[in-house]
Write a protein that binds this ligand. Structure first.
Ligand code: UGA
Length: 450
């Protein structure tokens, strides 16, 4: 690599900011570019435009050390960097295919600046946004070449470097990756990006552009399929009076299977799995090679929240006029992200059945209600505490996995509720304790009496 690297990161989403912070942690100076001036101001003030553990503190340290800066000016951002990381969103079109318009706009803007700065040293453009296989070698290359008048591999280098960050542990994941995948247009492109990760102790896999993009989708599709597999078997286990947790532990002990991502529940949500599976399924159909398993994983996932409705109706009968409490509104604990949250589907189904919904989440504010239809929203109220949500409820649905609600005291729950029905959507509670205290406890894959 020529000279010390200095990186521009386009997009200050959790991927962009976390990427900048992980590079800054290894003394690589980064300039964050966002067209939203209010986000740039937040970052300059030491606050990320999203909630993510450890990020604000790391951002303040990096700003102080002048290793991270932020700007809303593309001219400033693209003037001198050695590397430009594209970390903008790739949202779904209504048919599930990927909308690449942000990526294209950014490429045109980079290309226009490359044209102006021809003599100022080589630059490597790196696509970190999740894009369907073939995008970097196709759409991205074309947009950069036509706007810059330069040829990829000669006027600029081109790479794909997918991220594997989990919300809630994004910084931790970026600082301690289990693998780094660098796809390059050519060897020089690969080496230019790999050099930024010379500190890594994990494998750094060098591939071509399209392979790197495929790794991201194959990883997410595999994990999502594993969850849907667990959910289908858990549903059957519950019906046959078998406890899925015991089965999951037993099959998970086989290292070829592994225990992680076998937790059954109300399905997977968030900004990644549903969107990525739909995008790769649409791309596969377009390529004439449909992904039957990925499509089935999506289908199982779409149905899974109905398990909760089924249990509610079995215990309460007609839901009309009943009050249902939902604990945990975001797609998983530790985040305020409600995108594709299963709680939205559970609330919508119960509301459509005529129930009144009271939701509680320690981090979510108005975003949840805003994603409900106007009709369902009229039946929804946000509570300020667990106790307020439980008070007078006929059933409570625990929608978060992990420890967030595991310390619920069964006797107190029973005292607060009108009818003490507990639906454990993530097997987060000790069911035996609740049953012993005289509550009706139903868990996904727990069996009616198991
Ligand atoms: C996921 C992947 O785990 C990351 O590796 C990937 O980088 C990221 O998508 C992405 O593509 O950007 P994330 O969406 O943050 O990360 O969340 P996960 O912790 O993977 O959970 C996703 C969903 O699956 C959640 O709704 C969670 O409740 C559900 N889940 C997870 C289960 O239902 N069962 C499990 O056993 C595990």
């Amino acid at each position: 690599m020529v000279g010390a690297p200095h990186v521009t990161v386009v997009g200050s989403s959790f991927v962009g900011v976390t990427t900048a912070l992980s590079l800054a942690a290894h003394k690589v100076p980064c300039l964050l570019l966002d067209i939203d001036a209010s986000k740039v101001e937040l970052i300059k003030g030491g606050r990320a435009p999203f909630r993510e553990p450890g990020v604000d503190a790391a951002l303040r340290r990096a700003l102080k050390a002048r290793l991270v800066r932020a700007t809303a000016s593309p001219a400033e951002a693209f003037r001198t960097p050695t590397h430009i990381f594209i970390c903008v969103g790739t949202p779904p079109n209504p048919d599930g295919s990927q909308d690449l318009s942000f990526v294209k706009v950014v490429c045109s803007s980079i290309g226009a600046e490359l044209k102006r700065r021809k003599s100022k040293g080589p630059v490597t453009v790196v696509v970190k946004s999740t894009v369907v296989p073939g995008t970097t070698a196709g759409v991205v290359r074309k947009a950069l070449e036509s706007s810059s008048g330069l040829r990829a591999g000669k006027g600029f280098l081109l790479a794909a470097n997918p991220e594997f960050l989990k919300e809630g542990s994004a910084l931790e994941d970026a600082l301690n990756p289990d693998r780094i995948v660098v796809g390059g247009l050519d060897e020089a492109s690969c080496e230019s990006v790999a050099a930024l990760f010379s500190w890594a102790t994990c494998p750094v896999l060098k591939t071509d552009l399209t392979t790197a993009e495929m790794v991201k989708y194959a990883a997410n599709a595999f994990l999502a399929t594993k969850i849907s597999f667990a959910n289908e078997f858990a549903n059957l286990s519950g019906t046959l009076g078998v406890d899925w947790l015991t089965v999951a532990d037993a099959i998970g002990a086989d290292p070829r299977i592994g225990r992680r991502f076998l937790n059954a529940g109300v399905g997977f949500g968030g900004s990644c799995f549903p969107k990525d599976l739909k995008a790769i399924a649409a791309a596969a159909r377009a390529a004439g090679r449909p992904l039957t398993l990925a499509e089935a994983a999506l289908e199982v996932n779409a149905r899974q929240p109905q398990e909760v409705t089924r249990m509610l109706e079995e215990e309460l009968g007609d839901l009309s006029g009943k009050r249902i409490a939902i604990l945990g509104l975001s797609f998983k604990p530790g985040t305020d992200d409600v995108r594709e949250s299963r709680a939205l589907l559970i609330a919508a189904e119960a509301a459509e059945g005529g129930a009144e919904i009271v939701g509680y989440d320690p981090l979510v504010r108005d975003a949840f209600a805003l994603r409900l239809s106007v009709q369902d929203r009229a039946n929804f109220r946000r509570a300020a505490s667990v106790d307020e949500a439980l008070k007078g409820a006929d059933a409570v649905v625990v929608q978060h996995e992990g420890d967030s609600f595991s310390s619920l005291d069964p006797l107190k729950v029973k005292r607060l509720m009108r009818t003490a029905v507990v639906i454990d959507g993530r097997r987060a509670l000790d069911g035996a304790k609740f049953r012993k205290a005289g509550l009706v406890y139903r868990g996904i894959g727990a069996g009616r009496h198991g």
